[in-house]
Write a protein that binds this ligand. Structure first.
Ligand code: BGP
Length: 466
């Protein structure tokens, strides 16, 4: 069997709000994820913590207190890297303070030290669906240009503090979900459908300037570190060979690549100008914005890949920018959550992206969310999960053979965590089981599943044995 490239970053990935818990400890302020019920992607936003309601992020899997135990297990599995995010509101509880919260900074110092003790590289997302709540309520989120300054201060603080500890950064998680989940991904509450697109493109512009500034700071403060962007990139197939379907699917695809087009190439693509013209959108920019965006493009493209989707002409294009399931694809099996399983799509998407950008790719999320059955002796034989990951890794190997430069692969949710889509615990991704149910009951005990040893041997052999 073929091996993966030398130094390939085998890892696992989580997000602060889906794992840490301790939502109001040590000075942390409330984040948007703390006031969502039933999932930050598809759930309900309360705007404040309402008494008597269950919020999955409040305890999550208590990673905040149990990270040492988790990291020891990850080290035993042989992980080379670990992706997590910094909860912005641990560092700046309201997002707009002048001074950071020392206890929040200390937590990530301790966490990164613990990882480095085992030679596990931290891969850090600066903002993963967990913007401080105050920035939404008081400022209208990214619609407000002031957020650029708040983000810049936050980025400067963490880049300076963790210089030498963190070599791999990513700006915004799945930023191309801005259109589908503007509140979670972009921190903007859509109050008026009429001005939705105007607001989204204006907020996106602020995000582009902010991420370019973060990249600039990264080059100045930590010249050896790399800063990537992060998108959700399911391939979008045309439903038939009807040119109408083919063009529409292509158009939808381009829109899902809008964010990487700007962050990687450093300019607004020509197709965006047509969208703006036809929808009467005018994006306010200040002098120097386009220059900042042009001069500070990202070093690599991180993306999540779970599934593909199928598109037919006439299905709504605007608003859909990636990650959607679309129409039934009769050639593919599905997970218990209805997500089409498409390993070949990973090879397709790697080639598509590498052809388009020629910068290193990093698969920072891939995995199988399913229900685990516990056997009589407490063992968990998660063969469907192993099968899913194996088939995706085989296709990733093919993509590398095709010539794509791939830095690494991080298994989504190495320990079971809260689902972003539904807020559930029973949608499990881990090779480590966490004893907790949807209502918050359980001991939080960690237990290895069958996939634990399987992934360990994959890493040990650098992908030779799959
Ligand atoms: C991505 C998010 C993650 C994650 C994953 C799986 O969209 O970046 O935060 O949770 O999807 O989705 P889910 O948790 O809904 O199964």
């Amino acid at each position: 069997m073929k091996e993966f490239p030398k130094g390939f970053l085998w890892g696992g990935a989580i997000a602060a709000n889906q794992a840490e818990g301790a939502w109001n400890e040590d000075g942390k302020g409330p984040a948007i994820s703390d006031v969502y019920r039933n999932g930050i992607v598809g759930g309900h936003f309360d705007g404040e913590v309402l008494e008597g309601h269950y919020y999955a992020s409040h305890e999550a899997i208590d990673f905040y207190h149990r990270y040492k135990e988790d990291i020891a297990l990850l080290a035993e599995a042989g992980l080379k890297c670990f992706r997590t995010s910094i909860a912005w509101s641990r560092i700046f509880p309201n997002g707009d303070e002048e001074q950071p919260n020392e206890k929040g900074l200390q937590f990530y110092d301790d966490l990164f030290d613990e990882l480095l003790r085992y030679n596990i590289e931290p891969v850090i997302t600066i903002s993963h669906f967990e913007i401080p709540l105050n920035l939404i309520l008081k400022y209208d989120g990214w619609k407000n240009r002031k957020l650029i300054g708040f983000f810049e201060r936050y980025a400067r603080t963490i880049l300076t503090r963790y210089k030498g500890k963190v070599k791999y950064w990513m700006n915004f998680n799945e930023i191309n979900h801005f259109h589908t989940i503007p509140l979670a991904a972009g921190g903007i509450l859509i109050k008026d459908e009429q001005s939705k697109l105007q607001d989204i493109y204006q907020a996106s512009h602020h995000v582009f300037v902010a991420s370019a500034l973060a990249k600039k700071l990264c080059s100045e403060i930590s010249p050896d570190a790399k800063m990537g962007c992060m998108l959700s990139l399911s391939p979008i197939y045309p439903h038939t060979c009807n040119p109408e379907d083919i063009f529409d699917a292509y158009e939808l695809r381009r829109r899902s690549l809008f964010y990487s087009d700007v962050m990687i190439r450093g300019y607004y693509p020509s197709y965006a100008k047509r969208i703006w013209r036809e929808h009467g959108i005018s994006v306010k920019m200040e002098e120097g914005d386009l220059e900042i965006i042009r001069e500070n493009t990202v070093d690599y493209l991180g993306f999540s890949y779970y599934r593909s989707s199928t598109h037919k002409a006439g299905m709504p294009i605007l608003g859909n920018t990636g990650g959607i399931i679309g129409l039934e694809n009769p050639y593919l099996e599905k997970t218990e959550w209805g997500w089409p399983i498409d390993p070949k799509g990973l090879r397709f998407v790697c080639n598509e992206l590498y052809d388009r950008y020629q910068i290193p790719l990093f698969i920072v999320e891939n995995g199988y969310g399913g229900i685990d059955e516990i056997g009589e002796n407490g063992e968990i034989h998660d063969d469907a999960r192993i099968d899913y990951i194996r088939k995706h890794l085989l296709q990733l190997q093919e993509a590398i053979e095709d010539g794509c430069e791939v830095m690494g692969y991080t298994w989504w949710g190495p320990m079971d965590i809260v689902s972003a889509g539904t807020g559930e615990m029973r949608k499990r991704y881990g090779f480590i089981y966490v004893d907790k149910d949807n209502d918050g009951n359980g001991t939080l005990e960690r237990r290895k599943k069958k996939s634990f040893n399987w992934y360990k041997s994959v890493i040990e052999t650098n992908g030779k044995v799959l």
